[in-house]
Design a binder for this molecule. Structure first.
Ligand SMILES: Cc1ncc(COP(=O)(O)O)c(C=O)c1O
Length: 393
């Protein structure tokens, strides 16, 4: 991505002039076109009526499924639009008909929603949870995964990019292992959607959960679930309404023949259109290009941070993402965040709970999380590092 293009994206993002935003793993600054899409739709609803507005926008609303499908190389009949990644993940995970002693294999990088999901089903049905630890260099251990699989393994549940650490998991290699053993594979792509190219065929996952507000630059309150066509009938449905079904009689019903069976009728149509607009914006740029730019900035940031006395970069592993985590000696992550906010620099605090197994293993209670996006600049990195150097000295 050249400088001209970066400036164009910044000019098309009002927030970029307001603040130095390194909380893209929390929620990104949306492009103005996303904001306008949402506001225009809400205004039209208020003036013309919600159902009447929807009727005028059915094609655009339908198009959002096609955009999601393109983003992840899925079929439009494999996509359900929901409000956030946690809903998407639970719809998939809790749809599995777990029996006592079934095993779920996960990594130490798993997100808190998912960890709670495992523990809940463990309490209810007596499943076993196996955590594959990272190797000494902080990489996901594929050999250990192979060794952990047994005839009782029902599911591999993996987080592509963890919430409070910098590494990227080898999701396609994990997918090959899942396929070779015929095990279901659920991928949490919450932090990778919009940051990396995603291809459910190449990854080989059966289910994938995503949120809109992070690297996709969509509005808050948006997300989606992918469920492979052949897997849809194998999942129980947790919620049903007139939208999830194809037919209902007084004594029976038939569910829809696509992933919209996992949705409910009522949702915020303005936000759905905002999600579609954000995805189209990312697709227009190209996910490869976005990923390269994020890599470039994150690598620079880690190098600069390592040069500051009193700052420790906490990221481990061979493949690192745009989420850069670090600690400042003698200053809590919350105090670092507060001091930077005074300089209009947004970072966030990654608390242990978000990625509990990893954080406990590394004796971390919290880290500063500075997550870069393609619209950030080298000058912004310098401002962050100058502020940190002054703080740490
Ligand atoms: C890796 C990961 N998975 C899942 C989630 C949950 O996303 P949501 O808040 O949209 O449910 C997050 C949120 O931070 C996350 O970082």
């Amino acid at each position: 991505m050249d400088q001209h293009e970066i400036l164009q994206h910044r000019a098309a993002t009002k927030g970029a002039a307001e603040t130095i935003h390194f909380n893209n793993a929390g929620s990104s600054l949306p492009p103005d076109i996303v904001l306008d899409t949402v506001i225009d739709y809400l205004r039209e609803e208020a003036l013309k009526g919600g159902y009447e507005t929807e009727a005028r926008h059915t094609q655009q609303l339908e198009q959002v499924y096609a955009s999601i499908a393109r983003l992840i190389n899925a079929g439009t009949d494999e996509v359900a639009i929901v409000e956030n990644a946690s809903t998407a993940w639970h719809l998939a995970f809790n749809g599995i008909d777990f029996k006592k002693d079934d095993e779920v294999i996960t990594s130490e990088m798993e997100y808190v929603t998912n960890l709670i999901g495992f523990l809940n089903i463990q309490k209810l049905h007596g499943i076993r949870i196996k955590v594959v630890p990272n190797d000494a260099e902080g990489n996901f251990d594929l050999v250990a995964l192979e060794q952990a699989i047994s005839p009782r393994t029902r599911l591999l549940a993996i987080t592509h990019i963890p919430s409070t650490a910098g590494n990227i998991l080898p999701v396609a290699e994990i997918g090959r292992i899942a396929r070779s053993h015929g095990i279901l594979y659920l991928l949490d792509a919450c932090q990778s959607a919009g940051q990396l190219p995603l291809d459910v065929e190449a990854i080989g996952c059966d289910m994938l959960s995503v949120t809109g507000r992070k690297y996709l630059r969509a509005p808050r309150g948006t997300g989606f679930l992918y469920v492979r066509k052949e897997v849809q009938d194998r999942l129980k449905l947790l919620f049903l309404d007139g939208h999830s079904i194809a037919w209902v009689g007084e004594n029976d019903f038939k569910v829809r023949d696509n992933a919209r069976r996992f949705e409910l009728y009522e949702k915020n149509r303005a936000l759905v259109l905002g999600l579609g607009t954000a995805i189209d914006y990312a697709l227009d740029i190209g996910l490869d290009k976005i990923a390269r730019r994020i890599q470039q900035l994150a690598t620079q940031l880690r190098t600069k941070l390592k040069g500051i006395n009193g700052v420790t970069v906490n990221d481990h592993g061979q493949h690192l993402s745009g989420i850069v985590t670090f600690s400042v000696e003698g200053i809590t992550a919350a105090a670092v965040k507060a001091a930077l906010a005074e300089k209009k620099i947004n970072v966030s605090v990654g608390n242990a709970v978000s990625t509990l197994v990893y954080m406990n293993r590394h004796h971390l209670t919290s880290v500063v999380r500075s997550s870069v996006h393609y619209y950030n600049t080298e000058e912004e990195l310098d401002s962050l590092c100058a502020a940190l150097a002054a703080m740490a000295s």
